[in-house]
Design a protein around this ligand. Structure first.
Ligand SMILES: *Cc1c(COP(=O)(O)O)cnc(C)c1O
Ligand code: SF4
Length: 393
């Protein structure tokens, strides 16, 4: 049985003129979902200088762009940071000098058989409920499932996943992701979240990752917020890579989620040409924290097939981090992460500001510190472990 999402609506694609007049709030999110552009030729004219990519790109990864997202793209600039994220290029067909895969994070090896649960870390699980998204990102880490090569996530698979969570009392944190869990109807989300809450009272933290909030903000409705609030979803992580994606409509829907008592976090992928600059990152994270959304993770681009042209070198990621720490508000600085190949998991990318070194005379260690401006100080006291007398005399 396929997932029940009402995508059955007019297939009429909007022309450039219609798109200019288009109000995304004028129709349901399902209707807008059905108006997505799904071939690069359909965007010709809506946008200029569309790259006429080889049809073979579709065998690896489909194309889907919501009208709302298309409207945010620069009509004439092929290097528009939003266009780069969503439109295919010939780079996807070229071979990089290292191995790329479709399951580069080794998630299938950590999947509980018969379920869509990735159980890699102690006490928490990743629950891949949906295998589709509103707009497909060219660098997607889950291309293997998001482009729908094997159909929808099976209803039985979701049932067995909930059984697994219910039967494993040590699971205290469940992260719903995909794909995008918000591609489900409110009714289906109500069923899934309700089953988790009633059958697994040991789950303390229930969170969700969704880019749909950004790609099709009208998905966030008072009805959806009521479902999330009812089942005490504590956190929703949204995904933004450039501040051009932040609009008044997005701000209003973020506020709606916040009013339902949900903590919002931001996930970003570090992408060459899109946000690999200190200026862009500072602006993105400051605009995000202004909305009350806490920047959480910046991921390096995964070594997934057809995404190598987005990879920002590790040393550059360190520089970007250094351009943030100390220079903008502390709560606006996210943790930079590389996801280890083959299932090693999330590894923080942290420049070294504090370093312990052996003293030349062998008598112990000292600690050398460097601040965000490059000024240094040595703190020998931090290299010692003072044993304190038990009384003052
Ligand atoms: C990212 C991830 C999580 C959640 O990790 P946090 O650091 O707790 O946010 C859980 N499971 C898997 C497999 C993940 O990739
Ligand atoms: S929103 Fe996430 S899961 Fe969906 S296509 Fe983009 S990167 Fe992939």
């Amino acid at each position: 049985m396929l997932q029940k999402v009402d995508f059955a609506t007019p297939k009429t694609l909007l022309t450039y003129e219609e798109l200019q007049a288009y109000d995304p709030e004028s129709e349901s999110w399902q209707k807008q979902f059905a108006r997505r552009y799904t071939h690069h030729s359909q965007l010709d004219g809506v946008l200029n200088h569309i790259e006429n990519v080889n049809e073979t790109v579709y065998s690896k990864f489909a194309i889907a762009v919501t009208p709302y997202m298309a409207k945010l793209m620069d009509r004439d600039d092929p290097n528009c940071p939003i266009r780069l994220q969503y439109l295919p290029t010939f780079h996807e067909e070229t071979k990089p000098g290292f191995a790329t895969m479709l399951d580069q994070l080794g998630e299938e090896g950590d999947t509980v058989p018969g379920t869509s649960i990735v159980h890699r870390y102690p006490r928490r699980v990743l629950f891949l409920v949906s295998n589709t998204c509103a707009t497909l990102c060219r660098f997607c880490t889950r291309k293997r499932m998001v482009s729908q090569p094997k159909g929808s996530v099976h209803k039985d698979e979701i049932e067995r996943s909930i059984d697994y969570i219910a039967n494993n009392k040590n699971i205290e944190d469940v992260l719903l992701s995909g794909g995008d869990p918000l591609t489900f109807t409110d009714e289906r989300l109500d069923e899934i979240l309700g089953a988790i809450r009633t059958r697994a009272p040991h789950v303390r933290f229930l969170r969700m990752g969704s880019r749909m909030v950004v790609q099709l903000p009208t998905r966030v409705t008072p009805e959806l917020c009521a479902v999330l609030e009812k089942h005490r979803v504590q956190m929703v992580n949204i995904h933004i890579n450039h501040h051009k994606e932040i609009t008044p409509l997005l701000r209003s829907r973020v506020k709606m989620l916040q009013k339902a008592g949900i903590m919002l976090g931001l996930q970003t992928v570090c992408l060459k040409g899109v946000n690999d600059s200190v200026e862009v990152m500072r602006e993105l994270f400051m605009q995000t924290i202004e909305m009350g959304v806490r920047p959480y993770y910046v991921y390096s681009t995964d070594m997934v097939e057809g995404a190598h042209h987005f990879i920002v070198p590790h040393r550059r990621m360190l520089e970007l981090y250094e351009g943030l720490r100390g220079w903008i508000s502390g709560p606006a600085v996210p943790t930079f992460i590389v996801d280890g190949l083959g299932g090693l998991g999330k590894l923080p990318i942290i420049p070294s500001y504090v370093r312990e070194e052996a003293l030349a005379d062998g008598s112990g260690t000292t600690v050398k510190c460097r601040n965000y401006k490059g000024m240094t100080v040595e703190m020998p006291g931090l290299g010692q472990d003072f044993s304190l007398p038990t009384t003052s005399n």
